[in-house]
Design a protein around this ligand. Sequence first.
Ligand code: HEC
Ligand code: HEC
Ligand code: HEC
Ligand code: HEC
Length: 114
Amino acid sequence: MSKITLAAAFSLVLGFMAYAPVSYAADQTIADMHAEMAECESCHAGGEPSADGNHENGACIDCHGPMAEMVEPHPTHEDVVRCIDCHKVHDMNVGEMPNHENHADDPNCTDCHG
Ligand code: HEC
Ligand code: HEC
Ligand code: HEC
Ligand code: HEC
């Protein structure tokens, strides 16, 4: 992604943060919600998914910052798992967080913690 495209993506995001206090439809996937504000390329290099997910995970951190600076359970998991191990952005809808009790099929704590 060129610097200019990246800057455009960020200004879109900043514009969104400034004007819209989260008004996306709850039946939209988290990936589609992100794509609406900043295109598929904001996570996928050239729009193409990587084989190992590392590029995509780096994109999460570029925008949201590291887990150490977020609310629990994030700091606990810094350096042990990736964002995309818990947040399945194409499978989970806006408002769905890991271990959300209404979505038993989504990743939850007990998948990893016996
Ligand atoms: C918020 C970041 C993000 C955005 C935006 C995003 N994706 Fe993804 N995508 C991922 C991640 C992470 C994966 C790896 C698999 C997973 O965790 O679901 C993935 C996987 C994929 C795959 C592989 C098949 C699959 O579902 O695992 C395809 C195809 C894909 N994305 C297409 C797209 C398209 C097309 C768009 C734009 C409409 C898009 N993605 C937007 C993060 C994103
Ligand atoms: C161990 C599983 C796990 C991992 C790994 C994880 N998250 Fe989360 N995340 C959660 C849970 C659970 C919540 C809901 C927390 C709450 O509402 O108290 C959440 C909430 C969020 C939220 C919405 C609430 C907020 O704090 O703004 C964002 C954004 C988010 N995570 C992004 C990320 C990013 C980016 C990463 C990687 C840097 C990441 N998460 C890694 C489990 C995880
Ligand atoms: C281009 C910047 C950008 C990228 C890349 C990005 N995010 Fe986000 N994300 C945002 C913004 C802006 C919001 C809406 C404001 C907020 O909740 O922080 C958001 C919202 C979220 C939410 C809350 C959704 C809800 O239900 O309210 C989660 C969870 C999340 N992102 C996880 C991720 C994960 C995981 C990745 C990487 C696969 C990722 N984000 C990549 C900018 C980004
Ligand atoms: C993708 C796998 C994965 C998921 C999902 C996950 N964790 Fe973890 N978690 C780990 C790993 C790996 C460690 C570090 C090694 C260890 O201590 O087990 C860890 C460590 C922890 C720790 C500190 C060590 C301990 O066992 O006391 C806590 C607390 C914790 N996780 C809570 C949670 C909670 C709450 C959730 C659900 C929101 C969650 N985890 C989801 C993988 C995961």
